[in-house]
Design a protein around this ligand. Structure first.
Ligand code: 5AD
Length: 350
């Protein structure tokens, strides 16, 4: 697909053309990753963060936010729960928390790998290459680090640099790949100031990076953040529908990276709980990440405002997901569910 063609697809609001795009994405999904939907247990292990990203509710300067950090036993309990629920992998996610030390993380990863068959995915923000190498050595299989926007100027504005002159996220993604991780990245759709050209470049970047996992969700304003507390941004707000655009970016991600794993993201569910996940799954996505974080902590892992479930039973939650998948003619995936793109790379010895 050529760049011009991409922009044309991104711009389209014609219902006929949209149906065609989504049908093509769905057929490509079916052909390359099949009808199974892999469930990943998500556990938010710490909401401490040293960064000041202007969009994120976990940013350092929110003194009113009660912070927590789970201990190893709590994390292991959730890993065992994930196994009991039939999941093939667990995602450990956190803010950029320096006190979540590498020794601690190594031990947790080693224990999960020794005691369970789970694939372990880390999503811990920007870490040093040395730490990433050690965690890979300890057995971590996958790493998620969204680059958020390929527009460098926009990225720098919303993402003030960390305390050290760390590598850029793009460089870290290349390192993660070199270290043998299955690599995931992605963007938020609808960050004020994003242009269609930016989104087009984001999509081409997914392909250039040869991503194994692509997470795309709508930007959700958080009132306690600089970006979210200023709703009147007439000159920077997008003219297009964030909802439509998110699905278009998901569908085009599938067409450009047919063998990647693509989740129906939590942010979609937060904004459009009735059918956000379903629509993504019918427009290219093939992964669902049920949140296994205990509710008391989850309430404080407030990246963006989101409703908490009243029912905290993971068993009932998974039964409900299975029912929703069956209604789409899909089924719950078995096993760790590595992306075919990663398996292809392995087979080529790359
Ligand atoms: N709206 C939507 N997504 C957000 N994220 C962070 N803040 C927001 C927000 N306000 C996403 C980022 C990050 C991921 C863990 O959550 O893309 O990489």
């Amino acid at each position: 697909m050529q760049p011009g063609e991409l922009t044309a697809w991104l711009e389209t609001t014609d219902p006929e053309r949209l149906r065609e795009l989504w049908a093509r994405a769905d057929a490509t999904r079916h052909e390359h990753v099949g009808d199974e939907v892999h469930l990943r247990g998500l556990v938010e292990i710490s909401n401490h963060c040293r960064r000041h990203c202007t969009y994120c509710g976990l940013r350092a300067d929110r003194p009113e936010l009660e912070r927590y950090r789970m201990d190893a036993e709590e994390i292991l309990t959730i890993a065992h729960l994930a196994v009991r629920l039939g999941f093939g992998s667990l995602v450990l996610q956190s803010g950029e928390d320096p006190r979540l030390g590498v020794e601690f993380l190594e031990q947790v990863v080693r224990r999960i790998k020794a005691l369970t068959p789970l694939a372990v995915t880390l999503s811990l923000g920007e870490r040093s290459v040395d730490e990433l190498a050690r965690l890979r050595q300890a057995g971590a299989d996958r790493y998620l680090l969204r680059f958020e926007s390929s527009n460098r100027e926009l990225f720098a504005r919303i993402h003030p640099p960390g305390p050290s002159a760390a590598r850029s996220r793009m460089e870290l993604l290349a390192e993660l790949r070199r270290l043998g991780y299955e690599v995931g990245s992605g963007v938020m759709v609808g960050i004020p100031g994003t242009s269609l050209e930016d989104l087009q470049r984001d999509l081409l970047t997914f392909r250039e990076l040869g991503l194994d996992m692509i997470g795309v969700g709508p930007y959700i304003p958080h009132p306690a953040t600089p970006m979210g507390s200023n709703p009147d941004q007439p000159d920077t707000g997008p003219t297009w529908s964030r909802e439509l655009m998110t699905y278009n970016v998901i569908a085009l991600s599938r067409l450009l990276c047919p063998r990647a794993n693509i989740p129906a993201t939590t942010a979609l569910d937060a904004l459009w709980p009735a059918d956000g996940r379903e629509l993504a799954l019918c427009r290219g996505a093939n992964v669902w990440m049920p949140n296994l974080t205990p509710l008391g902590y989850r309430a404080r892992y407030e990246i963006y405002p989101r409703a908490l479930p009243c029912d905290d039973s993971p068993e009932r939650h998974v039964a409900e997901i299975a029912r929703r998948l069956a209604a789409l003619g899909r089924r719950v995936g078995r096993g760790p569910g590595a992306s075919p793109s990663f398996a292809d790379r392995r087979a080529l010895g790359d």
